[in-house]
Design a protein around this ligand. Structure first.
Ligand SMILES: Cc1cc2nc3c(=O)[nH]c(=O)nc-3n(C[C@H](O)[C@H](O)[C@H](O)COP(=O)(O)O)c2cc1C
Length: 407
């Protein structure tokens, strides 16, 4: 791939990770992801963020640098917005090839640069609002945005073009191929990147939502014309769209999220499963969109996005060894970690003799501010009573969600 020109002297250099790889060693990326570096050229040249040292990716980035055309030995400044290894694991080798490189980063990032890369020299610690003049009108300013998503994170703003190099904020999953800018996306591709942004947010950023809200507030002081994130497309026609999406995603944590219901169910022998279609029907009676996922067939990374966006959750799981069916416990523990807060919730599930799933569910979710309606729990196979309850409680939960969302 060639470097993509954003404006005179500013280039995006995306390198794609493939769909078979797991992001953070854990999250499925059915559509891959791009890792974006950026070049800003004045009299001096800066590179903003790098790439992961995996699978031939550094060579791809080098080829993009050469395509500008630019000799990487002529890069003067390395701006490190964030030390996470998807942007920095190639840094020691890059530095070995460019020993004159000067690093610009926050104080916290300097500590991480030492511990991750063993680099202590040529380090310039920047403070909030500091600037670096590259000449020819290109001036970078640095803005600390801690915890979006690591504690050392900052964003870099190029003042003459209004380009915000926003690091992980405003990023999305999805490879970049042929289309790099929001104004070049078809309606379908727009929907694709909106969904990929939500899933990326739910997997990577969600638990830092308070910091996202704070960061967006702080950024409102800047005259942003282009959002250039470290993953996903560059927003130059309507940067407000992705800023507003992130503001909305962050607000989902406080509730209510969207007037939708996510049903996540699991079953070993089909007794819990028998209620699913009535429950879904009950929700639909109230006219709400409903998204149905089976565990463990679907990965928690996919479920997280659906649950994060929905104001209502319906969880089906049987009892297993006096607790809940273990794959559901993994999902709920992840919801706890990712702070899936403020939901209206219904639980249903079969047990054999003692029950116990509900007890574990209560414990796992005690800090999530979930409001439960009466669960449907029964021994063995469900009868007419449980099947009727599935319909009426599905509907009752949907009504609660509608009330919640209309406030
Ligand atoms: C390995 C295993 C462990 C179980 N442990 C319990 C238990 O501790 N308490 C209980 O009430 N039922 C227990 N059960 C019974 C299931 O909860 C019961 O069979 C239920 O109907 C399964 O629902 P399903 O058909 O939706 O999988 C266990 C079943 C299995 C297979």
């Amino acid at each position: 791939m060639k470097a993509v020109k954003i404006t005179d002297g500013i280039y995006c250099l995306p390198v794609n990770l493939e769909s078979y790889q797991l992001f953070e060693g854990m999250w499925p990326m059915p559509n891959g992801i791009s890792i974006n570096s950026y070049i800003v050229q004045g009299d001096k040249t800066a590179i903003i963020d790098l790439v992961e040292d995996t699978d031939g990716k550094p060579a791809e980035l080098e080829a993009e640098i050469h395509s500008i055309p630019l000799d990487q030995k002529n890069i003067d400044y390395m701006i490190i917005n964030h030390m996470e290894p998807d942007h920095t694991s190639w840094l020691p080798e890059f530095y070995r090839k460019n020993p004159q490189l000067q690093f610009y980063l926050t104080g916290k990032a300097a500590g991480l640069l030492k511990s991750f890369c063993g680099i202590e020299e040529n380090v310039h610690i920047v403070k909030d609002g500091d600037t670096l003049d590259l000449g020819q009108g290109k001036v970078l300013s640095f803005h600390e945005t801690p915890n979006i998503h690591w504690p050392e994170t900052m964003m870099t703003f190029e003042q003459s073009s209004g380009t915000l190099f926003s690091c992980d904020a405003f990023g999305s999953y999805g490879k970049l191929e042929r289309v790099f800018f929001d104004d070049r996306l078809s309606t379908e591709q727009h929907t694709f990147f909106s969904n990929e942004a939500l899933r990326y947010y739910a997997n990577i950023v969600a638990s830092f939502s308070t910091f996202v809200t704070r960061g967006i507030e702080k950024l409102s002081a800047l005259d942003i014309k282009v959002i250039a994130p470290s993953h996903g497309i560059v927003w130059r026609e309507n940067p407000k769209q992705i800023i507003d999406s992130y503001a909305r995603f962050a607000e989902y944590m406080n509730g209510p999220a969207e007037a939708e219901v996510t049903v996540i169910w699991s079953s070993m022998y089909g007794n819990t499963e028998k209620l699913v279609s009535n429950i879904v029907q009950g929700v639909r009676k109230e006219g709400l969109p409903v998204h149905v996922h089976r565990v463990p067939d679907e990965h928690v990374g996919i479920l997280l996005a659906s649950a994060w966006r929905s104001a209502g959750l319906i969880l089906g799981m049987p009892t297993y060894e006096y607790e809940m069916f273990p794959p559901m416990a993994w999902v709920l523990d992840m919801f706890r970690r990712k702070k899936v807060l403020n939901k209206k919730v219904l639980r249903f599930g079969s047990a054999g003799w003692s029950g116990g799933a509900q007890r574990e569910l209560d414990k796992l979710t005690e800090k999530l501010k979930w409001e439960f309606i009466d669960p449907i729990e029964w021994m063995g196979a469900p009868g007419e009573h449980e099947l009727d309850l599935a319909l009426s409680q599905g509907q009752a939960l949907a009504r609660q969600v509608k009330d919640f969302c209309s406030k």
